[in-house]
Design a protein around this ligand. Sequence first.
Ligand SMILES: [Fe+2]
Length: 374
Amino acid sequence: MTTGVRERAPTKQELAAALKRARESTLRLVEPVTDEQLVAQVSPIMSPLVWDLAHIGWFEELWLIRRLAGSEPSLERFDHLYDAFQHPRGERSSLPILTPPDARAYLADVRRRALEILDDIEFDYSDPLLRDGYVYGLVLQHELQHQETMLQTLQLAGVAHARHDQLRVPPRPADVLVPAGSFTLGTNDEPWAYDNERPAHVVELPAFTIERHPVANERFAEFIENGGYRTRRYWSDDGWEWLQAECIEAPPYWEAVSPAEPVQHISFYEAEAVAAWAGKRLPTEAEWEKAAKCAAVDMLGEVWEWTSSAFTGYPGFTVFPYAEYSEVFFGDEHRVLRGGSWATDPLVARVTFRNWDYPQRRQLFSGVRLAADA
Ligand SMILES: [Fe+2]
């Protein structure tokens, strides 16, 4: 499912077609959604869907119109309303944001202007924003990533039942041995990789084993039946504290799952606990990526997989093209997830892609793959 390293820069026609495809899937996602549902504040951790819609347009205007053509913003106040760093998600429905019809019209208007600029632009390949069409990759991936976020909101709202019916994993997946040695973590040559995936650097790892598939619901059910949520020793201190505060006994939507699908919507703490119950541990993100690159285990597009690693910059990290995508999240607060879920577009779900969230979060299509020392 990886996009692979392109041998040539994408043509304008290819970029326009990719933008069109992404927009069609955004609109398909909200097609069955009423205006009332679009403006609802479903959860304090999610934006109202109408905010996501206009924010997709705002981001596109910022990069493909304002930055590329030097144009003025269509409305000054949009920077205040749609810059994700201005207001927490839980406040966004109380802001004077665009109505659903206005958000749709804004999206269409921005797209029309962005395509005109794409038509006219001279690609200056010495400009890192334009090299390999990078800025278009940025905008495309942003829209595709928001689709997954919007699907989480739809699921929390009970509008969509987000299932991955086609996925089947064995209850006891085989262990793959990854021998000790060095490998290259990250990338320098995926043209649309984010700054946090760079630079590529050599990492030395001891031997470890990793399972060929993420943990299935069937196995997670055993963990529950064996008292997994009541057994202190499976949980970290933080995890146990979270568990006591939240009174949790199963993943959300647990009643509706089928046994052979990978477990999803588990927090980092639950991932750690099920690993401890199985006598294993989470992989580090370096181990995860080494298994995907060197042991050639297919690890993309099932569920996001929690790793034990905090989200930090690789040695030699440089911000590009703006600090708010990655750098402001570096530190000990977030844990890295890898692999992309069934809801992640293949353009985004690449082997080096790093996702991150708070360890208690469960709205993600997140599961776990178990590892162990060899
Ligand atoms: Fe965004």
